[in-house]
Design a protein around this ligand. Sequence first.
Ligand code: ADP
Length: 450
Amino acid sequence: MLDIRLKAGLHVAALSIICLFLWLISSAVVALLVFSSALLAYLFSHIFWLNKLLYWFKKPALKEIPQGSGLWEDIFNALLKYERNNHLNQIKLNSALERFNLTANAIPDGLVILGSVNEIEWCTANAENQLGLDLTTDKNLPIVNLIRDSHFIAYLYSEAYNEPLKLKHCRNSDATLEIQVIPLASKQKLLISRDMTQLEKVDVMRRDFIANVSHELRTPLTVVGGFLETLSDMEGAVPDNLKNYFTMMQEQTGRMRRIIEDLLTLSTIENSTGNSNNNEIDMLSLLKSIQNDAIGFSQGLHQDVKNAKHHIRLDADSELNLRGSLEELRSAFTNLVSNAIRYTPTSDAKNSGEILISWHLQDEQAIFSVRDTGIGIEEKHIDRLTERFYRVDRSRSRETGGTGLGLSIVKHILIRHQAKLEITSILGIGSTFSAKFPKARVVKKPAAVK
Ligand code: ADP
């Protein structure tokens, strides 16, 4: 900029010196004439180059940039440099975009970018195939106009995308998709569709296998268990020196039977499609019967320990009921209560053996919880407790008749009721297991008139 100004100043200065010289050697009129014609020529040359620049801007092409002369040579050179950089950046940008498109299209999942009103901004070929979209015609159209599944529409508008949604493949009704929405900055969303058909098939095979094996094992085990019981009941049938082995055999068949029963329960729950039923459950009577069973279970467990017993208390909101499956919920709650009993020692002088079953409403959610003063659980185990056969204390679990499947059953039952299991525990102090049920399952009974 400074260069150009300097050059223009020099031009004007040179012209002024020439005119001054002409004035000295001839007359003022001649000098003025020369000065004004030179200025006119100077002005015309600028108009000429400005016109060229304007013309180039109408059809800007790198090769067509004029050469220019004088001041304009610098301007056109700067323009050429700028355009060359632009051109290089454009090439880099195009190749990055091409690489991004190639990579995105190579991902087996379908990707869709949605705008602030869920209009389609961009999508990959797999998304087009799985969701039945066509970017060339569907761009900027709201996705809910194209995917009309009511569950999908509810999921998209719910803005609660913690869990993925299952959806039928648009071009293959036997295939299942998993839809996950991830909110992006600036109100955009990334929708990921994943073909789950293969995984679902493997999962169905796994569940069928477990259910079939458990079924096949149940009958021979019942027969063996039956014979063992008959023999031990028959006077003199078992020699005294073999009685211990007999008792062990009976215990082990009993254990195997419990594992098989739990495996069958788990596969029945897993194989039941859809949500559990919606019957209103009289929670107070359910919880009272669970409390009574728990007292009996505690006495059975500690028959041999003198004066040892748990204090099992119930604190329930009598006006609060729940919609769901009575059998499933009885099984889930019983599992939590029996765990509290099994993992809460009573012979321990430090331990009072307190177990509190409570049922309350909190922030519109109904909460069933079991608090014990038992052995507690180390923090690192808590996330894994609902895995099948995961046990912190294997020998205690076996001694008290555990199968390692109880919390897994609880988790699946709660999922079917859209509920969540929360576990808090302090090692050596006790644990609290809480099942939180959503508002939609809560029934508030009108208060009884006194
Ligand atoms: P199990 O039949 O072994 O009790 P569960 O699935 O019911 O199997 O529980 C898994 C593990 O979680 C148990 O083995 C135990 O280590 C731990 N656990 C469950 N409930 C409690 C509790 N109330 N207190 C301490 N540990 C518990």
